[in-house]
Design a binder for this molecule. Structure first.
Ligand code: ARG
Length: 280
């Protein structure tokens, strides 16, 4: 009898590194306004259910060995659960957020305050509109930065100057994928998974050149926010409905960790949106 290996013999062994994440319990979560096509204030959303799903996400990170810090939720800021938008923290320096819509404006100072008081005194209050890690994704050599719906291209330059890392601009063209992190996620420090349909043709060409070995996701996986995933080098915390993507990741030697964040998706968010990485 022959035993089939679980993956191709050539599939590299992936290694996880311990991460530090900041999260915000969705106690005041609601869909009361619509600033992206996923949001329907008439249908609303259930904060109780969102908290349960979010607790399972937090538990998954802890089970994987990561450290999770918490910022207190603020009443009247229903989207504050989406911690990724609060800042971009690289090399111990924090580039603050400046939100596009007035509904979320108060979140910028709230996250900046938390960072200052919790080991990140070097916070830049930005001049230009940007929604933190929603539109800035950090790899080993470059930071990929989205524009088109939320983050101003001038913020890409501001972040590059402050952080001293090359920032590569990518243009988003589909309103369902209004933040870069809804269409692409880093697979460790040197590769990515993405949905090409979210990008302008020039930006697609840039991605093909930088990442010839990328995991390419289809529309069905993108439409359940499957690209809004979090990878620690080996494990990929990803929306459970993204079946095609989950299979593709497994084939490439990654370990998918499926989660159900269907309630938070009613605001246009997934696992990555709920997670701000704090890089020392
Ligand atoms: N309702 C929020 C907004 O439209 C969702 C933010 C999702 N966050 C993210 N990192 N993609 O601003």
């Amino acid at each position: 009898m022959t035993v089939m290996p679980a993956t191709e013999p050539s599939t590299p062994r992936r290694t996880a590194t311990r991460r530090h994440y900041l999260m915000c319990r969705p106690e005041h979560f609601a869909v009361t306004y619509a600033i992206n096509p996923w949001m329907d204030p008439v249908a609303g959303a259930d904060a109780g259910r969102a908290v349960e799903q979010w607790e399972a996400l937090r538990a998954a990170y802890i089970a994987l060995g990561h450290e999770v810090s918490l910022i207190d939720p603020i009443e009247g800021l229903p989207d504050m659960v989406f911690a990724a938008n609060g800042a971009l923290v690289v090399g111990g320096r924090a580039y603050g957020a400046k939100f596009t819509f007035p509904e979320r404006a108060a979140e910028g100072p709230a996250y900046a305050d938390w960072l200052r008081k919790n080991g990140f005194p070097d916070v830049l209050i930005p001049e230009h509109t940007n929604e933190g890690e929603g539109d800035f994704l950090t790899l080993d050599e470059v930071i990929l930065a989205g524009t088109g719906f939320r983050t101003d291209i001038a913020a890409h330059q501001e972040a590059q100057e402050f952080l001293g890392r090359p920032v590569v601009t990518l243009r988003l063209i589909d309103p369902r994928f209004y933040h870069l992190d809804t269409a692409l996620f880093p697979l460790g420090g040197a590769n990515v998974a993405y949905y090409p349909g979210a990008f302008s043709s020039g930006s697609r060409a840039v991605l093909e050149r930088l990442f010839p070995d990328a995991v390419i996701a289809g529309e069905a996986d993108a439409a359940v926010l499957g690209l809004n995933a979090v990878c620690d080098g080996r494990n990929v915390v990803v929306n459970a409905e993204a079946a095609g993507l989950i299979g593709a990741l497994r084939e490439r030697g990654y370990e998918p960790v499926p989660v159900d964040l269907s309630e938070l998706r009613k605001a246009g968010g997934g696992p990555k949106c709920c997670t701000l990485e704090l890089r020392p």
